[in-house]
Design a protein. Structure first.
Length: 205
C-alpha cells in the first residue's frame, strides 16, 4: 500500500494524469483520485451469495438479471452518449438497488452497492471510460500464469526485472511493435531505430 501511495502521490504532484478516472475492482490501493467501480466485479458479489431457500434463489436470479440488463443498457449508451438519458439511468439504478427482497444477505449487499452509486455511474459523466477492468486483467494474465508456474521470483531485484520486462512487452504489443526488435534496438545488437516508448505513447490516441 505504501508503494502504491507513493507512486500515486508522485504522479499527482507532477500533474501527469490530470483528471483521469481510475477504474478498479474496489481494491483499497486503487481507490484513489477520480474513482469508478468495475461492474463485473460488483455483479460477482451477487454470484457469491449462498441462498438456502428457493425464494432466495429466485430473488438473487431476479436481481442479477436486472443488473445485467442495466449494464447492457449502459454499454449501448456509451456508444452514443445522450445527456437527456442520464436522469433515467439514475432513476433506474435507484429502483434496482433499493429493492428489498426479504433475503437479508442480498438486501444488505444492495444497500452497500447503492452507497457506491456515484462510482458505478461515473461513466455517465465520462463516457470514454470502460465499465469493467477486463482489459487490465488481460494485461496481467501472462504474469499470473508465469507466477503460478514458477512460484515467483527469488529476490526483489528479480521481481522488479520481471515486472519491468512484462510492462515493456505489453506496451510494445499495444503499440504494434516487435518486442524482440525493441530489445535488440535498446541493447545495440540490431540496426533498427525504435523511438522511445514514452514518445510513442504520448502521440498515440
Amino acid at each position: 500500500m505504501l508503494a502504491e501511495a507513493g507512486t500515486w502521490g508522485c504522479i499527482r504532484y507532477h500533474g501527469l494524469v490530470g483528471d483521469m478516472v481510475i477504474v478498479s475492482d474496489d481494491a483499497g490501493q486503487f481507490r484513489v483520485g477520480n474513482h469508478a467501480l468495475c461492474w463485473v466485479h460488483c455483479e460477482r458479489l451477487l454470484q457469491k451469495l449462498m441462498p438456502a431457500k428457493a425464494r432466495e434463489v429466485r430473488s438473487v436470479t431476479l436481481v442479477r438479471d436486472l443488473v445485467w440488463r442495466f449494464y447492457k443498457a449502459l454499454k449501448a449508451w456509451k456508444q452514443k452518449p445522450s445527456p437527456q438519458a442520464i436522469p433515467a439511468f439514475r432513476r433506474r439504478f435507484d429502483r434496482i438497488f433499493t429493492l428489498r427482497t426479504g433475503y437479508d444477505a442480498l438486501d444488505a449487499l444492495l444497500v452497500r452497492l447503492h452507497r457506491r452509486k456515484a462510482e458505478l455511474l461515473r461513466v455517465l459523466e465520462r463516457p470514454e471510460i470502460p465499465l469493467n477492468t477486463n482489459a487490465s486483467e488481460n494485461d496481467l494474465r501472462s504474469f499470473v500464469i508465469k507466477r503460478k508456474i514458477s512460484g515467483g521470483t527469488m529476490s526483489r531485484d528479480g521481481r522488479v526485472a520481471r515486472d519491468t520486462m512484462l510492462g515493456l512487452m505489453k506496451t510494445c504489443q499495444k503499440l504494434g511493435l516487435s518486442f524482440y526488435h525493441y530489445l535488440g534496438d535498446r541493447l545495440g545488437i540490431r540496426d533498427r531505430t525504435i523511438p522511445l516508448l514514452a514518445g510513442l505513447i504520448a502521440t498515440t490516441d
